[in-house]
Design a protein around this ligand. Structure first.
Ligand code: BG6
Length: 502
């Protein structure tokens, strides 16, 4: 049996969507897997004046799908939750919080271990963390770890200020910056595919790879998050964190050992080697887009500027496509294309590694057919798995090449038993494992790269290219690849376009 990690959790933002959708279910899953049993308690804080009973009811509702007729278990689990109404900027409130924490530490024998989860608006982060120290809620009696949700700043300058603030109270080794993609099964699988298979690792370089494509597509619009999204846009929301993290995992050199420190060093080196564009280069290599109103499948969809909470003439990008280069021995000259957006054709996160073509002449004359490039695809979500596109001979007379695809998709049993991203990440924090979190050096370097693109757009773009809902972005995003003789490998909109549905 797993040994239980004793711990008191304090969640700031306990009434919020993230807490209900992700944190309580994840804590419950860990409880069911006996990672936590008796010696844990959770203090939920937020502004609203809830009672413990009401809070526990909310927790029970949020885990209802996982309860499986064992209501007693759910009630026992929820009995470990306590609510404290809280104004993050009011010192008095931290005194009450401290008292409650001390009581719970004794009741549940949490050995002084504490985890603080900041699941709320980032402008409170600094104030909360400094109060934790000044009000001596941090006692150094056990481990004391901070989990912090994104956004971590809005550019290098604000991120640095925030980082200075929080490192006054927590050393880097105790700060766990969440990038929930790093908890996803298939992202963790990137390294297994690369380093566990000589057939790929031997070819993982500029000699054999033509280009790499990373797509994070969403079919949803901005939903209720306009207030945040208006200040962020797709570049800050997805590229600065998730996409650059994935890119660094794909591009890094093999770590000496598959350990946190060694992996991190290699990821940072890869990020450092990404070409730092001038504003002019950034304008050429990064394309923003914004979804316009339109119809799809008999339904009308609002344009971004018509969504609630969005300024009528907003130029916030809901889409970005771009090209990075990595200036090192392994990758010189290989474009890494990235794209992400809302209201695209479908939800899908995938990586395509496009290999170089074989010498065409060999088959040309007799077969009148050309070998297609091999493509390794890593499917992150909604399906998980890999495929490899190869060339074979078409069955029958003559000699004609035909593409064939080897596929592996995780089956349903594996998927239902596998841990959710947040569950894995919370368990990592309990165990003090930091490999799946963003280190400050990674965050800082990512902002450096992103700031130039942001500034280039802010200083130069008068208009933002629009795209039709349910397409894969503006026309300019296709042009971006053409100049290198490439095209997007994944074109889910083509099926609809060919049938006149788009
Ligand atoms: C978040 C972004 O980090 O990731 C959202 O803020 C986005 O805008 C979400 O929708 C996508 O995550 P997932 O796990 O649903 O692919």
């Amino acid at each position: 049996m797993t040994e239980e990690k004793h711990c008191l959790f304090t969640i700031f933002g306990a009434t919020g969507d993230l807490a209900k959708r992700k944190l309580y279910p994840s804590l419950f899953r860990l409880y069911k897997k006996k990672e936590k049993q008796k010696h844990f308690a959770v203090i939920g804080t937020a502004r609203r004046p809830w009672t413990d009973d009401f809070y526990r009811q909310v927790v029970i509702e949020s885990i209802s799908e996982l309860v499986e007729n064992n209501e007693e278990q759910a009630i026992y689990f929820a009995s470990h939750f306590y609510y404290q109404s809280h104004d993050a900027k009011d010192t008095e409130h931290y005194i009450t919080l401290k008292k409650l924490g001390e009581k719970l530490k004794k009741t549940y024998q949490t050995n002084g271990n504490q985890i603080f989860y900041l699941a709320m608006a980032p402008h409170f982060f600094g104030s909360i963390v400094s109060h934790l120290k000044s009000q001596r809620i941090l006692t150094k009696k056990g481990f004391e770890r901070l989990i912090i949700e994104k956004p971590f700043g809005s550019n290098l300058k604000t991120a640095t200020i925030l980082n200075k603030e929080i490192t006054k109270s927590f050393p880097e080794k105790d700060i766990f910056r969440i990038d929930h993609y790093l908890g996803k099964e298939m992202i963790q699988n990137i390294s297994a595919v690369r380093f566990g298979n000589l057939v790929f690792e031997a070819l993982w370089n500029k000699e054999y790879i033509n280009n790499v494509q990373i797509t994070f597509a969403e079919s949803i619009g901005v939903e209720e998050r306009a207030e945040y999204y208006e200040t962020s846009g797709a570049l800050r929301d997805m590229v600065q964190n998730h996409i650059l993290q994935v890119l660094s995992l794909l591009a890094m050199e093999a770590p000496k050992r598959f350990e946190e420190k060694e992996i991190r060093q290699e990821k940072i080196k890869a990020l450092q080697a990404i070409r730092q564009y001038s504003e002019e280069e950034a304008l050429k290599n990064f394309i923003p887009g914004q979804y316009a109103a339109g119809d799809f499948d008999g339904e009308h969809f609002l344009g971004y500027c018509e969504e609630q909470g969005v300024a009528e003439n907003s130029t916030t990008e809901t889409f970005v496509a771009g090209k990075f280069f990595i200036d090192n021995e392994r990758w010189q000259g290989v474009p890494f294309y990235v794209r992400t957006g809302k209201r695209l054709t479908e939800k899908g996160t995938r990586i395509n590694i496009i290999f170089k073509k074989v010498l065409e002449n060999l088959f040309d004359e007799q077969s009148n057919s050309m070998a297609s490039p091999n493509v390794l695809t890593i499917y992150i979500q909604p399906t998980e798995g890999f495929s490899l596109l190869l060339n074979g001979k078409e069955v029958g007379k003559g000699f004609k090449l035909a593409p064939l695809k080897l596929q592996y998709r995780h089956d349903a049993t594996i998927l239902s038993n596998s841990a959710e991203a947040y569950e894995k990440l919370i368990l990592d924090v309990l165990n003090g494992k930091r490999a799946n979190f963003s280190h400050w050096d990674e965050v800082a370097r990512s902002w450096e790269l992103i700031d130039v693109i942001r500034n280039a757009w802010d200083n130069n773009l008068k208009e933002i290219p629009k795209y039709k809902v349910h397409t894969m972005g503006p026309y300019e995003a296709l042009e971006l690849l053409k100049e290198n003789g490439c095209h997007w490998e994944w074109k889910p909109d083509e099926w609809y376009i060919q049938r006149g549905k788009l």
